[in-house]
Design a protein around this ligand. Sequence first.
Ligand code: CP
Ligand code: NVA
Length: 332
Amino acid sequence: MTVNLKGRSFLTLMDYEPEEIRYLLDLAVKLKEDRAAGIFGDRLRGRNILLLFEKTSTRTRSAFEVGATQEGGAVTFLDNRNSQFGNKESIEDSAKVFGRMYDAIEYRGYEQSVVEALAEYSGVPVYNGLTDADHPTQILADLMTIEEHAGKPLSEVKVVFCGDTRNNMSYAWMYGCAKMGMDFVAYGPQELAPDRAVLDRVAPVCRKTGASIAFSSDARSLAGADIVYTDIWASMGEEDQIPDRVKLLSPYKVTEELITATGNPAVLFMHCLPAFHDFETEMARGQYELGYDIREVSDEVFRSARSVVFDEAENRMHTIKAVMVATIGRGE
Ligand code: CP
Ligand code: NVA
C-alpha cells in the first residue's frame, strides 16, 4: 500500500489504516534521528498552523510549537478566553475563517463533534490534540516509545490500562491497539467500565488485525502485561468528581504490588502525564488535606527504571511533527 497522507485530518486513529499509522511512526523515528544529528529541514516552511485550546496543555502545545518551528513552520496560539471562538462565533463560522488563513488546525477541547466540525468546515487538515473521547497524538507517541523499549513487535505487546477505563486515554488506546493488532485490557471498576458503543466499534477492527480488547476488574488480567499504563483519575473538566473517583480507583493505583502481579520482570510503566505521584503539586496537597489521596501511581513506580514516561513526553514532539509533515509538509 502506497501511503499518502497529504491533506488528511488526524481526528482519531480509527480513521487510519495500520499501514498509515506505521508510516507516521517510521517518519517520527526519522525526524527524531535528524534532530539528534542536528538536521532540521524546511518541510513546513510557509505553513501556518493554528493551535486552538479550550483546555490547558503543556506537552501537546509545546510539541506542536517546537515541532513546527524546527521545520520552518509558524504557529498561532488561540484559546477561548482570548478569541471569539466558542463565545461570539459559531464553530462553523470560525472554522471557515481559520480555513482561509491557516494550512492546518490543532484543536484541544471537550466534544469530539467540535474537532469533526472544524475539519468539515475549514477545508484544511485538523489535528485532535485531545477531546473528552480521544487523544490520538498521545497514542502515536506511546506506540513509538513501546517500539523503542519493548524489544518485540507491537502485535505481540499486551497493554493494561489501569484506572478510569472510560476516559479519553483508555478509548484512544483501544483504537490504537485494535489497529495495530495488540492486546489491551482496560482494568478498573465496573462503575467506570468502557461504553459498550466503543467496544462495539473496535470489535470488527480486532477481528481483522488479531487484536483483543477487554475490560476487567480482576487483578489476574494483569498477568503477562508488557505495559502497565495509567492516567489521572479525574480528567480535565471532571475535578468535581474527585471524591468519588478516589473511592472507586484507589484499588487500581499503580504500585510495586500491582507491577508484580504482571509476572513480567521486564514490564514497562507508562503514563501520558501530567501525573500525580507525589505531593509536589498544590492540587495533590490540597486534595490530601481534604482527605483525598489522588495519586494514581506510587512515586516508587513513577521514578523506577521501568518508567519510560519522559521518553513518551519527548516522543510527543517527534510524532506530532510527523503528523504535520505527512499531512501539510513539502515533499514527504
Ligand atoms: N499528555 C498530554 O497531552 O499532556 P498535556 O496535557 O500537557 O498536553
Ligand atoms: N485523561 C486526561 C489526559 C491528559 C493528557 C485528561 O483528559 O485530562
